[in-house]
Ligand binder design. Structure first.
Ligand code: SF4
Length: 168
């Protein structure tokens, strides 16, 4: 992974993950993408179902990227940095897949691959490229990052994105 523009990364055990109904509640009440794609609740299932899916894996790789923007309060500019993070996530996933038989990738926000998501009327068009949001699974990813010494840069005009790639 030396050639990739990662801020930091850490290998984690899924035993460390905390699944919180509170995180899901924030999806439901504060995220405008709730109930809009296959990558979000309720499409991803209950927090218990997400936990079961994740805990089928014992290990994972947490990756973080950072990007400086001119004004972090500018939502459009901030969200525009996400595409690069998703591409880096995809590249790391390709590397992990060279060593692992199965993977599960959780990433950022809702899926934006299609202009109009098929949810809930038809199956996802690109299930292999669709990465559900980490928070959609009830996981408080910033806590996990801090536990592994990955500083969450919430200050200034730095945008930090996380992805979690589980493998076995
Ligand atoms: S790949 Fe397309 S159909 Fe699948 S979740 Fe993303 S936007 Fe929806």
């Amino acid at each position: 992974m030396a050639g990739l523009p990662l801020y930091q990364y850490a290998f984690i055990d899924t035993d460390e993950l905390v699944f919180s109904q509170r995180v899901r509640y924030i999806c439901e009440t504060e995220c405008p993408m709730y109930n809009t794609t296959w990558a979000c609740p309720p499409a991803v299932g209950s927090v218990d179902a997400c936990r079961e899916r994740v805990m089928a894996f014992e290990e994972g790789l947490l990756i973080a990227t950072i990007t400086e923007v001119s004004d972090i309060a500018n939502i459009e500019e901030t969200l525009a940095t996400r595409a690069d993070h998703e591409e880096i996530t995809r590249q790391v996933l390709m590397m992990v897949r060279q060593q692992a038989a199965q993977t599960l990738t959780l990433s950022t926000e809702a899926c934006t691959h299609c202009e109009h998501c098929t949810w809930p009327d038809a199956p996802c068009r690109f299930p292999d490229r669709m990465f559900p949001c980490v928070e959609s699974h009830g996981i408080l990813v910033t806590d996990l990052a801090e536990k592994h010494g990955i500083e969450f840069l919430a200050q200034g005009n730095i945008v930090t994105w996380f992805s979690l790639i589980l493998y076995k």
